[in-house]
Write a protein that binds this ligand. Structure first.
Ligand code: DX5
Ligand code: ZN
Length: 218
């Protein structure tokens, strides 16, 4: 089952309640929360307080993407804020295994994320430990960027490795996903698509989600 995970990075922060209802009514079951610290990425977004306010408003799975330095130091805060999945960047974690273990010990699902320029070798030994691998299809930091087609072979290679080892980690892609490239990333092996700008720039969010669902079904 292919899942669409709306990112909240570029949504209308003054209209959270209504947007959440629209997303829930579109049959979405997961929300992607892009946490940025201005150090690991050149942008600042939000922290645990925003995650907690969203937690109190929805039952959607909260998929927290930590684009921060020393993510190990904040796992507890985001767990207490209501995260269901916490993803750390392989480029930021001090000891990746330890960060993954900390997340799982809290009873959460653990994800590891790679920037477009980071090779799969950096996570190959951790694939049996994680529930999800998040492959960035833009350089992290901002929404509304252009999808990087060069990441597609990496999605394919990761899918092959996961299938060969009969692992069941999800493959999530994040960055510049739209109607045109969504079928390509699904065909390459991704099963969770993070989408921001494509749905929020549309006149009607639910119609945009519907068209995306149709595009990946074919
Ligand atoms: C980048 C962010 C974005 C965002 C998706 O660091 O992770 O990729 O979630 O934004 P769009 O869909 O607007 O590229
Ligand atoms: Zn993200």
């Amino acid at each position: 089952m292919i899942r669409i995970a709306p990112s909240i990075l570029t949504w209308d922060y003054t209209d959270i309640g209504r947007t959440l209802r629209v997303i829930e009514k579109s049959g979405i079951d997961i929300l992607h929360l892009d946490v940025m610290d201005g150090h690991f990425v050149p942008n600042i977004s939000f922290g645990p307080a925003v995650v907690e306010s969203i937690r109190n408003k929805t039952d959607l799975t909260l998929d927290v993407h930590l684009m921060i330095e020393k993510p190990e130091n904040f796992i507890n805060d985001f767990k207490n804020a209501g995260a269901d999945i916490i993803t750390v960047h392989v480029e930021a974690a001090n000891k990746l295994s330890r960060a993954i273990e900390m997340i799982k010990k809290k009873g959460l699902k653990a994800g590891v994320s790679l920037n477009p320029g980071t090779g799969l070798n950096s996570v190959k030994d951790h694939l049996s430990e994680v529930d999800m691998v998040l492959l960035m299809t833009v350089n992290p930091g901002f929404g509304k960027q252009k999808f990087m087609k060069s990441v597609i072979p990496k999605i394919r290679e990761l899918k092959e490795i996961i299938s060969k080892k009969s692992l069941n980690a999800d493959i999530e892609v994040d960055g510049g996903i739209n109607l045109l490239n969504a079928p390509m990333v699904v065909q390459a092996g991704a099963n969770i698509l993070v989408v921001g700008n494509y749905i929020y720039s549309a006149r009607n969010i639910s119609k945009a989600i519907e068209s995306l669902k149709k595009a990946i079904k074919n």
